[in-house]
Design a protein around this ligand. Structure first.
Ligand code: PGA
Length: 238
């Protein structure tokens, strides 16, 4: 299982340090073997340790250069960061990243061997248009993406479920994840309003290999509870 926390524009450097301290202590104490990732804001990037992989929420497809407001691999290398989120719906819809740009970033970081957590997900109007429209939309978000890339993780995050408290039904999640599993062997994360209360049910679903959690993971204790849940689910599978 992969349990990932996406802080978005939340937490300071100091808060991130305190958070990571709690989580690494928990991982050691509970003997967690699952993969734990944390994506802090750019100002709080740091080296991962103690079973936590720290990743970047975003970077420009460059080593360095004139890209005001962006960071490149020079800034990530300072912390040994080799994991990145690409294609998150907030970057697509709020910040206007096109599929072409997302695919360019993917190609750049793939060439460098980064672990890429590649996000896809449909807005509500697409979901309401039915399964065919939904699958077509998701296929468009996979255009230009190498689904056989060995360091790929896919996160399916319906836009209407992100930060809203709304979650697709279990069968809806299984339908999408099952379809994705036919296209790739990459681990498949579900994201969108995952919380302590629903993590067990979601993580237990077929073809769900983990979760990408935003607001529900902002509290380190809650995140640790979800890590504990993932560990238990793995035990049941054995
Ligand atoms: P949420 O966000 O858990 O707050 O819904 C998930 C995400 O956007 O990755």
């Amino acid at each position: 299982m992969i349990i990932a926390a996406n802080f978005k524009t939340n937490h300071t450097r100091a808060a991130t340090e305190a958070y990571l301290e709690k989580v690494t202590a928990y991982i050691a104490e509970a003997d967690i073997a699952d993969e734990v990732m944390v994506f802090p804001p750019a100002t709080a990037l740091c080296s991962g340790k103690g079973g936590v992989t720290v990743g970047a929420q975003n970077a420009w497809a460059t080593e360095n250069g004139a890209y005001t407001g962006e960071i490149g691999t020079e800034q990530l290398d300072e912390f040994g960061i080799r994991t990145i989120l690409i294609g998150h719906s907030e970057r697509r819809h709020i910040l206007g990243e096109s599929q072409a740009l997302v695919a360019e970033k993917f190609a750049y970081f793939k060439a460098l061997g980064y672990r890429i957590v590649y996000c896809i997900g449909e807005p509500l109007e697409v979901r309401e248009a039915g399964n065919e429209a939904l699958m077509t939309y998701l296929a468009e978000q996979l255009e230009g993406i190498d689904l056989s890339y060995e360091n790929l993780v896919i996160a399916y995050e319906p836009v209407w479920a992100i930060g809203t408290g709304r979650v697709p039904s279990e069968s809806e999640i299984e339908l999408i994840h099952g379809a994705l599993a036919k296209l790739t062997t990459a681990p498949l994360l579900y994201g969108g309003s995952v919380k302590v209360g629903n993590a067990a049910a979601i993580l237990a679903l077929d073809h769900v290999d983990g979760a990408l959690v935003g607001s529900g993971a902002l509290d380190a204790d809650d995140f640790c509870r979800m890590i504990a849940t993932a560990k238990q689910i793995k035990k049941q599978e054995v």
